[in-house]
Design a protein around this ligand. Structure first.
Ligand code: SF4
Length: 413
């Protein structure tokens, strides 16, 4: 009988995609639905913060009690992976670059530790994203930036692009399996093509020609990488009307401490330009980085209020060992950081509500069903809850009659 493998994925879209690569590469094993019914547990780890490491560590302690074979991979192999291997808490460890060999690795009878090759780029074609209406496609790996708080360049390596031919083939295969929306993603997606004499706008235009692809969403972009050729394609109908542009902060002295390449003045200009084209705009925001004080935060909050924002991924800074920021003095109390976080979230939530109230027609791809309600995302990346007796799963809907509720839109069809 074939052994069953359970995949546990921590972290970001890149990791979700990496798990899909491992599943697509799995031979002579079947997938388990839960840890308890599995023979082998593969942990795809995240190490972006010390807290992320802690979460993975707690998970290992929990599943160790089940007496399964535990294999560790992902961004945390050099830190927690090494430690867990040395303590015999996991059977084997391997880096991202070996994930396509997963079946051979699972066959190994002897314990193993295989480091990552940070120049590797995937070549596996994923045949289907099970039960999904949209699929993530990783077009790029690694990052050449050097943000002071971030460990990612150390664990994912330098920026490198997946070959355009491979990406196009991947999208065609998914389009044939009824995927109609794709989300392009990468560690630092805006650097796509730097090493292959290509550009992101050219790639997007090529993907848009593929039959069956109705909407293209983009993952996170860096403001300093958005150039004129990118702004020119924003009027195309195949692009979702939502961009996530990672600012990280909205006051220049902190941006400088963070070693970011953006500044508030040019960020504001860029956001206004894109918002004029009808786009919803999201960003990341780190509260409480070393150097932040009351006055700086108030300026940042005021600047934030000037931006045409609709979505925010805001979180409290937590030091990550082996980064420059982790060596900086941090004297912001937890309660104060929490209050500041709340102000940031409340501000953007109210902007989101105001944005949704101005819209008249939504183009929705239904993604899931829960307790008699369907859920989907519109072109602006806003969630809609739909009550219907019809089967709307994976359907595209044009919705004009809906109610704007506090956190989402609601329709009955
Ligand atoms: S751009 Fe900055 S925050 Fe993003 S992965 Fe690169 S170093 Fe980290």
């Amino acid at each position: 009988m074939k052994e069953k493998v359970f995949f546990k994925t921590f972290g970001c879209r890149s990791n979700i995609y990496d798990t899909q690569i491992m599943i697509a590469s799995l031979k002579d094993y079947t997938l388990a639905k839960s840890e308890s019914e599995s023979d082998i547990i593969v942990i795809n780890s995240c190490t972006v913060t010390n807290g992320a490491d802690k979460g993975v560590k707690e998970y290992i302690s929990k599943v160790k009690k089940l007496n399964k074979k535990i294999i560790f991979t992902g961004c945390g192999i050099e830190g927690l992976g090494r430690e867990s291997y040395d303590k015999n808490n996991v059977f084997g460890v391997f880096g991202h670059s070996k994930k396509q060999d997963i079946s051979n690795l699972l066959d190994l009878k002897k314990r193993f530790y295989f480091s990552d090759n940070l120049a590797h780029i995937d070549s596996t074609i994923i045949k289907k994203f099970v039960g999904k209406s949209r699929a993530f496609i990783k077009i790029q790996e690694g990052c050449d930036f050097d943000c002071s708080y971030c460990i990612i360049p150390q664990v994912r390596g330098k920026a490198r692009s997946v070959k355009r031919k491979h990406i196009i083939e991947q999208v065609k295969v998914l389009a044939d399996s009824n995927i109609s929306e794709i989300v392009l993603s990468g560690t630092n997606m805006g650097s796509y093509g730097k090493d292959s004499n290509d550009t992101l706008p050219k790639l997007i235009l090529d993907i848009a020609k593929i039959d069956g692809i109705k909407r293209i969403r983009l993952g996170s972009l860096e403001p300093s990488q958005i150039k004129e050729d990118f702004l020119e394609i924003l009027d195309s109908s195949f692009l979702a009307k939502h961009l996530h542009i990672a600012l990280q902060y909205t006051q220049d002295s902190i941006l400088e401490i963070m070693n970011r390449k953006n500044n508030f003045e040019s960020d504001l200009e860029l956001f206004n330009k894109i918002a004029k084209k009808g786009f919803a705009l999201g960003t990341d925001f780190i509260v409480g980085h070393p150097g932040e004080n009351e006055e700086i935060f108030n300026t940042a909050l005021n600047n934030l209020s000037l931006l045409p924002l609709t979505h925010i991924h805001a979180f409290i800074y937590s030091p990550r060992n082996k980064t420059l920021s982790s060596k900086m003095k941090l004297d912001i109390k937890k309660e104060i950081a929490k209050e500041r976080l709340k102000k940031v979230k409340n501000l953007v939530d109210s902007k989101n509500l105001a944005f949704r109230e101005t819209k008249k027609s939504l183009e929705v791809l239904v993604e899931s069903k829960k307790e008699n309600f369907f859920y989907g995302l519109d072109q602006f990346f806003n969630k809609i809850k739909i009550k219907s007796d019809k089967n709307l799963s994976h359907k595209w809907l044009s919705i004009k009659n809906y109610e704007v509720k506090e956190v989402l839109n609601y329709a009955e069809i």
